[in-house]
Design a protein around this ligand. Structure first.
Ligand SMILES: [Zn+2]
Length: 325
């Protein structure tokens, strides 16, 4: 174990985390396994989440974050024993290719059938990581998985957090699993949760809400999400978009470039920093106390920067230059 370097932030530097943003207590092995509905369960270490479905013919595992690691196997064994069903994992589903959600996939070896989007397969072939075995079963748009009398609907609806991130719907369990877009009760981490396609990311929560569900497995933190959590997330993003649009169109870039002289990049930095600060500040103020860790300002600032860049580059939003008489 290493201790935090001097100068590292401590909990005392920030606002307390509201109880409602936290999940159930972890057990001695540092995990919690909870029933979502019927034979669908989720496992968390407080920061990451995965899920599994126990059926009469075998267990289906959805994601395997390495931070949960062997505790995922323990959770499956514990629940299968309690329910008197087989603990044999027969299927593994990747939500997307990222190692922090799939890097313990190789724990489920042998004759497991691995399923993922065709882009997940392509990216995993590229990444060449033995911890994330290549899915043999792939699909382009939709895939229905039927195991032991249970049905799971997998769907790809365009790029968002990653090019391959899919919607995993459990119609018989009133549940949607969709990873790394909404953090239940918490602010996003850096850059829209490190997302690649800003427009796709911003549109994804509406797609998620189009599905019928009560329980939402969002991939992060300790508890399940609700439809209200998704709505708060949407409002947070909409507020950032609106304030970014306002800042972009009202802050004149010219004085920053004049002040920077021939160092044009210094002018770019000064202008974009000013736009980001103006756009992010009211959002940070509004959501501190609403979303946990919203007072860690760099998270909203970097997300604002990313959305502001997308407004410039994808939407063509720019400062309105006054017409000279
Ligand atoms: Zn991810």
């Amino acid at each position: 174990m290493t201790s935090p370097a001097s100068g590292a932030s401590s909990a005392a530097d920030y606002a307390p985390i509201p109880r409602s943003a936290l999940g159930p207590a972890l057990n001695e092995q540092r995990y919690y396994v909870g029933r979502v509905e019927r034979n669908l369960y989720y496992v968390t270490d407080g920061v990451y989440q995965s899920a599994f479905l126990t059926t009469r013919d075998g267990v289906v595992v959805f994601d395997a974050p390495p931070s949960i690691g062997p505790n995922l196997r323990r959770a499956v064994d514990e629940i299968a024993a309690a329910n008197g069903v087989t603990n044999r994992v027969t299927h593994f589903v990747y939500s997307h290719h990222h190692a922090d959600h799939g890097g313990a996939a190789s724990l489920f070896g042998g004759d497991v059938i691995r399923i993922g989007h065709e882009e997940t397969r392509r990216l995993l072939l590229r990444d060449d990581d033995p911890a994330r075995p290549i899915p043999e079963v792939t699909f382009a748009d939709n895939y229905t998985l039927e195991v032991g009398g249970e049905r799971v609907e997998l769907a790809w609806r365009g790029p968002n957090h990653t090019p391959d991130n899919i919607y995993i719907h459990f119609p018989g369990h009133d549940t949607l699993m969709f990873i790394d877009v909404v953090n239940a009760g918490w602010v996003l981490i850096y850059n829209l949760n490190l997302s690649e396609d800003v427009i796709g990311y911003m549109g994804a929560p509406a797609i998620a809400l189009d599905y019928p569900w009560t329980h939402f497995i969002c991939g992060h933190l300790g508890r399940l999400a609700t439809r209200d959590d998704v709505a708060v997330h949407q409002q947070y993003i909409a507020d950032i978009e609106a304030s970014s649009r306002e800042a972009l169109t009202s802050i004149d870039p010219i004085p920053f470039y004049v002040a920077a002289g021939e160092n044009f990049w210094a002018g770019v930095k000064a202008h974009l920093d000013a736009v980001t600060e103006r756009a992010a500040a009211p959002v940070i103020a509004k959501y501190t106390g609403v979303l946990a860790a919203a007072d860690i300002e760099v998270f909203t600032r970097t997300t604002t920067f990313q959305i502001m860049q997308s407004l410039r580059l994808d939407r063509g939003v720019t400062v309105s230059i006054p017409v000279q008489p």
